[in-house]
Design a protein. Structure first.
Length: 265
């Protein structure tokens, strides 16, 4: 409510970032947040809807893959389409809100080309004549500031990029602001890729540990007594899975050379 308060003309970045933090901290966050935001985006109060769209864009930049998966579902996309469709709220939604919604859906077709449902939803809007032509994405629109970053963030560790970004953001030239926007997008993409790699590494190491532990238990039993047919099959399955995971572990280790702690694991 605070992040989308219609009585405040400017964005409340502190509340918006706190909302993003809550989405990231709560296990149900990525599935609950889009529903809450859809309700606000459909508000008859223009300012509330516009603030909610800013919160949505900020979440897309900061809340990772699980949030992206939720907004790419027809269930959420349909809620955005209702704002544009004359069958639903399109007759009384303001042009400003409708323009932003169109721009956001189109930008997602560019940023998430792998999400077929987003592309289908956008093509349907064009087919029905609700969207006449592709909006021009504003290159000089600076993305909202990212939420508090993890340690060893690219924003902090890449000093050269940080200095360049600071210099571009201070400039009054439109081409510098465009360059800053592109740089922020590329840094956020790097952050997301880094986070996905860390998550994949953690889950692989966890799976390997569990498999090896179970194999050890079965082999200990095998030393003492003959294994049942069921246990023998389990042991064989675990062995095959470990064989498949071995090259993946080597690859993860080679990608982790700059991180001693992760390499140790």
């Amino acid at each position: 409510d605070k992040a989308t308060d219609p009585s405040i003309p400017e964005e409340n970045w502190e509340c918006i970032q706190r909302f993003c933090d809550q989405v990231n901290a709560d296990i149900e966050g990525p599935s609950l947040a889009p529903r809450l935001l859809a309700h606000k985006i459909q508000s008859p109060q223009e300012m509330e809807a516009l603030h909610a769209l800013t919160v949505l864009e900020t979440c897309v930049n900061n809340c990772g893959e699980r949030f992206h998966n939720e907004i790419a579902k027809f269930r959420f996309l349909n809620e955005l389409i209702k704002v544009l469709s004359p069958k639903y709220y399109g007759t009384w939604s303001s042009e400003k809100v409708k323009s932003r919604v169109t721009e956001i859906i189109f930008s997602w077709t560019v940023w998430f080309p792998q999400e077929v449902k987003i592309r289908d939803a956008y093509q349907m809007l064009k087919k029905q004549g609700i969207v006449k032509e592709d909006p021009k994405l504003p290159e000089d629109k600076i993305l909202p500031p990212p939420s508090p970053r993890p340690q060893n963030s690219i924003f902090d560790t890449d000093e050269e990029k940080s200095k360049l970004l600071a210099r571009l953001l201070k400039s009054n030239h439109p081409e510098d602001l465009q360059a800053a926007n592109r740089l922020i997008k590329s840094i956020i993409k790097e952050e997301q890729e880094k986070s996905a790699k860390m998550s994949r590494r953690a889950s692989t190491i966890s799976e390997v540990s569990e498999n090896v532990k179970r194999m050890d238990e079965l082999l200990e039993n095998y030393k003492r007594q003959e294994l049942s047919k069921c246990d023998q099959e389990t042991l064989q399955t675990l062995f095959q899975r470990c064989e498949k995971l071995r090259p993946l572990l080597f690859r993860l280790a080679s990608e982790t050379v700059d991180d001693d702690e992760a390499l140790g694991k």
